[in-house]
Each structure stands twice: as C-alpha cells, then as structure tokens.
Design a protein. Structure first.
Length: 221
C-alpha cells in the first residue's frame, strides 16, 4: 500500500496594518485559503519584527504608513536581518516616492488596497516563490518614472548576457509575465524561466522589480 501524499506546508504569513478594521478582516480572509496560514497580525513594524523573530515566516503583507516603525524601515530591517522573508506591500499609496522607497528597501511585491483577495493571494504565492508582483498602476508609474531618466550605458549590463537573455530582460522591462514572454518568443515557459534564472545570476538582479529597473536603465525598452 502506498503512503498517503503529504500536503505541502502552508505559507506562513504576517499581516501588518495599523488599522484593526483592515488588519483583522484581511487576516481572516487570507486564512480561508488552504495554502496560507496567518501566523500573526501586527499593528506596527516592531510587532512585525517580533513576530518574525519568534516563529518561521515566509511572507509579510506590509502596510507602509504605520506608527512606531513604518513599512519602509520594517522592510529594510527584514531584508537585512531576515532575507528569507519576502515582503509584499499592500497600501493606499501609489506615489513615486513610496513605490521606489519600498522596492529599494527590498519589497518583492507592491499592491494597492484596490487589489482583490485573489490578487493578494497570488502576490503572496509569487513572493514566496521568489517572484515579484506589481499592481498594474504601480508598474505603470514605475515605468514612467524610470523612463524620465537618461538611459544608462549598455555596458551597465554584463557582457556575457546572450542575445536571448537580453530579449527576455527587455520584455520583463515592458511588464510582460513569463507566459506572454514565451508566446512572444515562441519558446516554452520553462525555457523562459531558465533564461530568467541565468540573466538574474549574471547581472546580479534581485527580483522582477529590479529587472524592470535594470532593463529600462540600460535602454532595452
């Protein structure tokens, strides 16, 4: 008799928001997903750090404007002290300064509070898998902001990137997901992932948001 298949461990999530009216319902809704376990709900950054230090955590769903320690500083502290923990920002603020500060501090995803439950769950799963998810509004603002700056010289990218890796990076810079990149280049999605892994390693790219910045800065889009 074969042994029963073990269910994968749920993703351990901390929900951080200073408003209980937002924090508690959000934690309850996320907890209804079979692959998510909300291990703590935090009202500020210090409570987030305490929760992460006290138990294994995969993802923090982070508000930006919180008392005591805000989301930007908390994200920076997590990146330095607990780099295995992914941060997905969930905020009402989608201004350039907030977006760039959060991504610069190490956030792997950025959503506005207009995002639906499934959008948030997808972003949590993607962040836990090392991928980056940006709200469409956030992505558009990020692209517009970076495009107003003079492009960096082409040699800002490693010389050993292959032509195909440059193509993939350019398409990431345009905001295309892996499936759309595969369709555009007439290759499999698995091959796209291989190219992404290779170019991320060669160019020392941290995540997809960083890839968007690098592609635009190098003038590939």
């Amino acid at each position: 008799m074969s042994e029963p298949t073990k269910k994968p461990q749920p993703l351990r999530v901390v929900v951080a928001d200073d408003q209980a009216a937002v924090r508690e319902p959000l934690a309850a809704v996320l907890g209804m997903s079979e692959d998510i376990e909300v291990v703590a709900a935090a009202a500020d950054g210090t409570e987030v750090l305490t929760a992460v230090a006290g138990a294994p955590v995969d993802v923090v769903l982070m508000d930006l404007r919180m008392p005591v320690m805000d989301g930007i500083e908390t994200t920076r502290r997590l990146s330095e002290e607990h780099p295995q923990v992914a941060v997905v920002v969930l905020t009402t603020f989608a201004d350039d300064d907030s977006i760039l500060a959060a991504l610069g501090a190490g956030a792997r995803g950025y959503l506005t509070k207009n995002a639906g439950r499934q959008d948030i769950i997808r972003a949590i799963r993607a962040a836990a898998a090392g991928q980056s998810v940006l709200d469409r509004e956030v992505q558009d603002r990020l692209l517009a902001t970076v495009r107003t700056r003079p492009p960096a010289p082409e040699h800002s990218l490693p010389k050993d990137l292959t032509p195909r890796e440059r193509e993939v990076l350019a398409l990431i810079g345009q905001g295309l997901p892996n499936r759309a990149i595969a369709e555009k280049l007439f290759i499999s999605e698995a091959t796209v992932k291989t190219h992404i892994n290779n170019l991320f390693a060669k160019a020392d790219i941290r995540d997809r948001a960083d890839a968007v910045r690098r592609a635009i800065a190098a003038g590939l889009t």
